[in-house]
Ligand binder design. Sequence first.
Ligand code: ZN
Length: 442
Amino acid sequence: MFRVLTVFLLVSVVYAKHEIYEGWSNYEFEVENEAQTKYVFMLEDQLGLDIWSHPGPSHSGMVLVPKDKKEEAAHKLRLAGIKFRPTVDNVKEQLDIEDRIMAAASRRTVSSDITSKAALPLDRVYTWEEVEDYMVRLARNYPDKVTLVNGGSSFEGRPINYLRISSTNFQDTSKPVVFMQSLLHSREWLTQAAALYAIDKLVVNNTESDLINDIDWIIVPTANPDGFVYSHETDRWWRKNRRDDIEFDSEEIIPGLEDWCVGVDLNRNHDVDWASFSSNKVCAGDFHGTAPFSEPETSVTKRILDEHKDRIELFLDIHSYGSYVLYPYGTAILPPNALMLHRVGILIGNAIDAVKLPENPNYTVGNSGLVLYRASGGTDDYALSVGVPYAYTLELTQFRGSNTRFSVNLALLEQGGYETFEGIKAGARFVRDNYRMRKDRQ
Ligand SMILES: [Zn+2]
């Protein structure tokens, strides 16, 4: 009896957790001019819409609409002449499906053998703890290549650990450093596969020795651990970190959406044009925080960049989704090296396109403010501002067939990791070659 009850309770917990999204819908939308873009942003604040993806050259936009706001949102979009169509009527059903698939996959347990040298198979999304354990295991079993570094702690006190991968223990300064991070936006689960795939191909199953002989790597698999844990346990579509000690005006709260008044958008918190194209409202999805680098998570990224900025030649902040290689500045102002950023961005995008699934769009390369929309305080902007010549935000492929967009298709995790790494390799080899040229000139 007790066992039956336990099972029942577990099942209840799993399926009750998405109740908040009962009856919420996804609308696909298109905008024809900047006024319409601004209008959608305004609706985001006014009605609590959550813009998942902005319309761009390769796809239409996607927005999540609260149950009680569907009629009003539809009415206002129509009045503004914005084309839209509902794509998912009740997103909770999609989340329940994802849960069932994920629960089945989780039963395939990972080896707890600390001496195992095997890579984590890319057949599911791993929890924060599982990835932490994996990193500890790699550092222990590949001491000649891997160092585990504690970069600091998150708001809730979780360690933000990352890997330094190097055949020379980071001592050979003639090598450039490639720095990549995933899951700064916690709901973008596909980006974990990109980090794990890269770790696998650099450490465990390395068949291209130049990547590790010529280049040092810094990989942060979980840049926002609190948000990521929260996205597993409570709200699958959580984007920000989990800071909960900022006071705000109660008028900011959109009725029914009190839960959103927590957290800072870490990709708006860096010290470049801070607060110029982001929200000062605590309850907003793109709330920029109380000051530049107010958040412990962004401070970790800053410290890594500051410590290694002389050698970091390529920085990649990995997000999903949309199939984009985006470069600074988020304000739509082009940096002096924009042409080279564009050129290397095309190398990266083309390398991914060469191996992508035929039904998915090609990557679009461009300045993020011009191709998508203007935003400030982004990680790639900060990397560029401290002297990293090639700093990008990748928006990974949105695989067809995953209706709710942030949901991951487990059968395509490996493909996501593989195609992204093709792009990363192309960028890494370019900066390797040019870093040497640059050094020779000095
Ligand atoms: Zn993102």
